[in-house]
Design a protein around this ligand. Structure first.
Ligand code: UT7
Length: 325
C-alpha cells in the first residue's frame, strides 16, 4: 500500500502589535526617513504588518501557531514524532528553534530541527516532512514557519523596513493512504547570495559585519517572477495538472505585483490567489502557512481542493508544493 502525507490541521499566530502604514510613516518621519502610505500600497500592496513585542521570540510565535494547528488536527503534542521549524530569525544561534518549541510544547522525545531557507523555508520544511513521512521515518509531523523579521530591519533604510512583519504559521502533516501532498520542487542558486542577505555573524563575543537585512529589491523582483513560474510548472507537471486545475494559489506574500504576475503566467485567475500581504507584510518563512491558515479558517480552502504553494527568497532559494487539502 502506498504511503503519502496530508495536512490534518493548520494554525497561525500574529503578535498583537499591529503597525499600519500611517503609523510606520509617522514613526519613520520622526527618524528623518521619508516614505508614504501611497508608495507602500502602490509598490507592494502592504497596508499593515505586526511586530512582536521585545522579549517575544520566534519560538513564542511558533508555539501559538503550533497549538492552533494541533487543536485543528485533533492531535496531542505528545503524539508528534517530528517537529521542523523554518526560520531565519532563530531564538538563539543554537539550539534550534524547533528544540526550543518542543520544550515549550512539553513534548520531549521526537526529532526536532530547523530548516533555514529564508522566505522559502516553509516550502523546504514541508517537502522534508513529506519525504520523511513517505519514507516511514515519521507519521505525525508539526511543520512551522516562524519569524521576527522586525529584529533584522534597518529603520533608516526605507527600501526594506516598510516591507516586513512578524508572525508564525503551522501545519500538522500526517501519514495517509491517499495523497495529500502530490508534488514538491525545490531549488537554490547560491551565486545570488548578495541580493538578499543579513551579512553579519557572531564571533568572539560580538557581532561581526552588518547584522541588518540588505536587499536589491529590483534584482530580487526580476528573479522571483521567473523562478516561481518554473517551480509552479514543475509541480503541476509532476502531478499531471495545469494552472487551470488549481483551486487556490498561495504564493509567498512579498509583493502583490509579484503574486499577480505569477498567477497571470500560470493562467490562475486572481480571485483564486490567497492574499494576506496587505495585512501581514512579508513574514518570510511564516508567510505561506499564515496565508494558508487564514484561507482555511475563512472557509475558502476546503477539503479535497487543489492548492498550490510557492515561495522564493534569500539564498537565492525557491520552491513549490502542490497538494490536495
Ligand atoms: O521575501 C523575499 C522576496 N523579496 C521580494 O520579493 C522583494 C522584491 N522586490 C520588490 O518587491 C520591489 O522591488 C520593492 C517593493 C522592494 C521596490 O519596488 P520597486 O518598484 O522595485 O521600486 P524601486 O526600487 O525601483 O524604487 C523606485 C523609487 C526609487 O526612487 P527614484 O530612484 O526613482 O527616485 C526609490 O528610492 O522609489 C524609491 N523608494 C521609496 N520611496 C518611498 C524606495 N523605497 C521607498 C519607500 N518610500 N519606502
Amino acid at each position: 500500500m502506498s504511503r503519502y502525507s496530508r495536512i490534518a490541521g493548520t494554525g497561525s499566530y500574529l503578535p498583537p502589535r499591529r503597525i499600519t502604514n500611517a503609523q510606520l510613516v509617522k514613526d519613520l518621519g520622526e527618524r528623518g526617513v521619508q516614505t508614504s502610505d501611497d508608495w507602500i500600497v502602490e509598490r507592494t500592496g502592504i497596508k499593515a504588518r505586526h511586530f512582536a513585542e521585545d522579549g517575544s521570540f520566534s519560538s513564542d510565535l511558533a508555539l501559538n501557531a503550533a497549538q492552533n494547528a494541533l487543536q485543528a488536527a485533533g492531535i496531542a503534542a505528545a503524539d508528534l514524532d517530528l517537529i521542523i521549524v523554518a526560520t531565519s530569525t532563530p531564538d538563539m544561534v543554537f539550539p534550534s528553534t524547533a528544540c526550543i518549541l518542543q520544550g515549550k510544547l512539553n513534548a520531549p522525545g521526537c526529532a526536532a530541527f530547523d530548516v533555514q531557507a529564508v522566505c522559502s523555508g516553509f516550502i523546504y520544511a514541508l517537502t522534508v516532512a513529506d519525504a520523511m513521512i513517505r519514507a516511514g521515518s515519521a507519521s505525525k509531523a508539526l511543520v512551522v514557519g516562524a519569524e521576527v523579521f522586525s529584529r533584522l530591519l534597518d529603520f533608516q533604510d526605507r527600501t526594506t523596513c516598510v516591507l516586513f512583519g512578524d508572525g508564525a504559521g503551522a501545519v500538522v502533516l500526517i501519514a495517509s493512504e491517499t495523497p495529500g501532498i502530490l508534488a514538491c520542487d525545490l531549488h537554490a542558486d547560491g551565486s545570488h547570495t548578495g541580493i538578499l542577505c543579513v551579512p553579519g555573524h557572531v564571533s568572539g563575543g560580538g557581532i561581526m559585519g552588518d547584522p541588518l537585512l540588505r536587499m536589491d529589491g529590483q534584482a530580487v523582483f526580476k528573479l522571483a517572477v521567473g523562478v516561481l513560474d518554473e517551480a509552479a510548472r514543475a509541480v503541476l507537471s509532476k502531478a499531471g495538472k495545469t494552472g487551470e486545475d488549481v483551486d487556490w494559489m498561495i504564493p509567498h506574500q512579498a509583493n502583490i505585483r509579484i503574486m499577480q504576475s505569477a498567477a497571470r503566467k500560470l493562467k490562475v485567475p486572481v480571485e483564486k490567489v490567497v492574499v494576506t500581504v496587505d495585512q501581514h507584510g512579508n513574514t518570510s518563512a511564516a508567510s505561506v502557512p499564515l496565508a494558508l491558515d487564514a484561507a482555511v479558517r475563512a472557509g475558502s480552502v476546503k477539503k479535497d481542493q487543489l492548492v498550490l504553494l510557492e515561495a522564493v527568497g534569500g539564498g537565492f532559494a525557491w520552491g513549490a508544493v502542490l497538494l490536495k487539502f
